[in-house]
Design a binder for this molecule. Structure first.
Ligand SMILES: [Zn+2]
Length: 313
């Protein structure tokens, strides 16, 4: 499965050497930009957000990298982003990312998902989670929070700004306040997820929903990872944004039980609930994306996952 971001096309993604250009799930790596950026700043593939003092420190190349100009340094936080975005270049080695094959100037393309964008600029404050932006006639929506940068803000504004900022849960909120101020958009977060850093969120969801935003977006209560986790279904494109509720890792579907802050059984039940909804893509905050042939294929995959966990469907 390929990945990328149109918004990152004009901007460095994660401050790495990569520039990904694409719409949604289409991807293209511009090696000329990579080389240009490499001269300016060696890659820090998995960690883009070290503190300023940290950024002055000399970066040490991890010995697990293969020889070549492109490498992961020792500030990697093992957030997995480089591995799912460029699995042909990165893999995990001794608990962190490493380049196992130097990138080439080849171009990869897969079918595009128009109107769905991966923002890039993953923030350490959100544990490296992905954030997304969808453009729609009824108002664009920023889903979870990228790291704030003027450049990304400018791109989003040129694309029409955001009508709402939707936060799936408490963990992936990063620079939400700054984005909300800058874009003038109200934030949406379930009341169970509100804490001192999100106390000023404008729209607090109550209860178990579902809630709607216009005619084409459904907010689905999917508790388990946290008590008030909510997934966003963009019906027009059949895409489900799951935050940290449900995702793929290198081995298949997972609910990441190691990072469960509320209830694994409730989280599994929330996965079961997704059988009721029509979607063909899963775009998570962490982990890999999933694409299904159709809704039946999606249901088969979810049922197989649930069966592996002893959940009857
Ligand atoms: Zn989380």
């Amino acid at each position: 499965m390929a990945v990328a971001t149109e918004m990152a096309a004009a901007t460095p993604l994660l401050k790495t050497c990569f520039t990904f250009r694409s719409i949604g799930i289409d991807s293209k790596i511009h090696c000329s930009n990579f080389k240009l950026r490499y001269r300016a700043a060696p890659i820090r593939a998995s960690s883009s957000t070290a503190a300023p003092a940290d950024s002055k420190r000399i970066k040490i190349r991890r010995p697990q990298n293969v020889d070549g100009d492109f490498f992961v340094d020792d500030t990697c936080i093992n957030c997995d982003v480089c591995r799912w975005m460029a699995p042909e270049t990165f893999r995990r080695s001794d608990g962190k990312s490493a380049v196992f094959q130097q990138p080439t100037c080849g171009e990869r393309r897969t079918k595009a998902l128009q109107g769905v964008y991966h923002c890039g600029y993953h923030s350490k404050k959100s544990y490296g989670a992905a954030s997304y932006f969808i453009t729609r006639p009824e108002g664009n929506i920023l889903i979870d929070s990228p790291r704030y940068t003027k450049r990304l803000s400018s791109i989003i504004k040129k694309m029409g700004g955001a009508r709402y900022m939707f936060l799936t849960h408490r963990d992936d909120v990063a620079d939400h306040e700054k984005w909300s101020e800058e874009l003038g958009c109200p934030r949406i977060l379930h009341s169970e997820e509100v804490n001192s850093s999100t106390a000023n969120v404008e729209i607090k969801l109550e209860g178990t929903g579902p809630w709607t935003i216009g005619s084409d977006v459904i907010l689905i209560s999917t508790p388990g990872h946290t008590e008030g986790s909510v997934s966003l279904l963009y019906k027009t494109k059949k895409v489900l944004f799951t935050g940290d509720h449900f995702m793929m890792n290198e081995f298949g579907f997972t609910i990441s039980e190691a990072y469960n802050w509320f209830s694994v059984p409730i989280q599994l039940n929330s996965v079961k609930k997704l059988l009721e909804f029509e979607f063909e893509w899963i775009l998570p905050g962490h982990g890999r994306r999933a694409r299904f042939k159709d809704v039946e294929d999606k249901n088969s995959a979810l049922k197989a996952f649930l069966a592996s966990k002893g959940v009857q469907t």
